[in-house]
Structures are given as C-alpha cells and as structure tokens.
Design a protein around this ligand. Structure first.
Ligand code: SF4
Ligand code: SF4
Length: 222
C-alpha cells in the first residue's frame, strides 16, 4: 500500500478549518477560492527562471482541462458576480456547446480538435477568468516553448514537455484535497471524481445552487 502524502492531510485539515467560518450555502466555492489562494501564495512565487509560460501564450488552452466541482461553483459564482444576465446566459450557452463536443473525449482526441477553451480570449490569447481559473491550469507549465509548439504543430498530445514538477505536484495535491473535502461535505469518506471543465460547469449550473448539488449527491448515496 502506498503511503499517504502528509501534505495532503495538512491541506484537507486547513481547508476544513477555513470552511468552519463560512456559510453552508457557499462552502464549495469558498473551498475552491481558498485553494486558489493557497496555490498563488505558496507556489506561484517559486523561482521560475526557466519557465516558458508568459502572458499571451495560450496554445495549451486547447487541452482537456479537468476541474473539481468546487472549482466549477467558484467559476460560476465569479461569472454571476461580474456578468450581466444576458452575457452570462450567452457564455453558458457556449460552455454547454463545447461540453457536448469535447466533454467525454480522451485527452489525445481533445488535443487534435484544437478547439480552445471557452474562456480563452482569441485576440489576446489570455484567460478571461484568470483569477478563478482551475488549479489544473495553474499547475500546468512548460520549460520549453519549442516543445509546446511542436505538440501543437504535430497535433501530438504525447510530445514530451519539460516542466517544473514541483508546481504540478502542488496543483495535484490541492485538487486532491478539494475533492476529499467535497466528499466530506457530501457525507462521504471518499473523493469525488473530477470532470472536464466545461462539463463540470454545466453540471453546476443545472444543479442551481451549491447546496442543491450537495443535497442531490447525498440523496444518491442513500
Ligand atoms: S504550457 Fe506552453 S503553450 Fe502553455 S503557456 Fe506555457 S509555454 Fe505557452
Ligand atoms: S480556464 Fe483559462 S487557463 Fe484554463 S484552459 Fe481555459 S482559458 Fe486556459
């Protein structure tokens, strides 16, 4: 049996302790916001002299991106707080259309489509939800722009891309912690599987509210 990562236990405890002071109806999105902040505070400032990622470089945003449901609720909350009702509905229409097209593809087939994430601005090639982008996007990185370009030109999802492993590990730990905390809020002692980003957003919107989603999950359990 593999030994459990002590950092994961610490993160789960820290997230749960943070949630004790938060209203129940927003616990999922608050957990994700807290996890985003933990990543930015503890990981983003790590030395990165060799990092190839720069603002305006968004070709990796055609990849299959996974998200925890807590992250999907945090993104929805951000969109509802910042967009008009009309703009929100139009955007969610595009999210649903892309979810139907790519939501269940394997990562290789998703990459071959070269269809960017709905949140990538086509002109600036920057992320329009940068403050609440999923942890998977935060952790993904490259030390070699040429490797990224080759992967795009050859539509080769298996192109090796040298990366800063510490960032990826920390992102993975945070996602795992979020999934475990979500499981505990659902009354389960197990993690909740993550979904493709656009699919997760559709599920979150269909549920209506975070509490309604948690209640439906608890009912399915019993
Ligand atoms: S991973 Fe590659 S394509 Fe994505 S931002 Fe970094 S350098 Fe650019
Ligand atoms: S959420 Fe932002 S960073 Fe992540 S894939 Fe979409 S556009 Fe790129």
């Amino acid at each position: 049996m593999t030994e459990r990562d002590p950092a994961l236990d610490w993160l789960v405890r820290d997230l749960r302790s943070h949630l004790r002071k938060k209203p129940k109806r927003l616990q999922l999105s608050d957990a994700a916001r807290y996890a985003f902040n933990l990543y930015e505070t503890n990981t983003a400032p790590l030395p990165s002299a060799d990092m190839a990622c720069k603002a305006g470089c968004g070709s990796c945003c055609c990849s299959q991106v996974g998200a925890e449901m807590a992250e999907a609720f945090a993104i929805l909350r951000h969109l509802q707080d910042t967009l008009s009702v009309e703009d929100f509905e139009a955007l969610m229409g595009r999210v649903a259309a892309l979810a139907r097209e790519v939501g269940t593809l394997d990562p290789g087939a998703r990459w071959e489509l070269q269809k960017p994430c709905v949140f990538l601005d086509p002109q600036s090639q920057s992320c329009t939800i940068y403050a609440v982008r999923p942890i998977a996007c935060r952790g993904y990185n490259s030390l070699d722009l040429n490797a990224c370009n080759l992967s795009t030109q050859n539509l080769d999802h298996n192109q090796p891309i040298p990366a800063d492993g510490e960032r990826m590990v920390r992102a993975h730990q945070l996602r795992q912690a979020l999934a475990e905390v979500t499981g505990k809020l659902m009354g389960r002692d197990q993690t909740v599987e993550h979904l493709e980003l656009h699919l997760a957003l559709v599920s979150a919107e269909q549920a209506g509210t975070e509490l309604a989603w948690l209640t439906a999950c608890k009912r399915r359990k019993t």
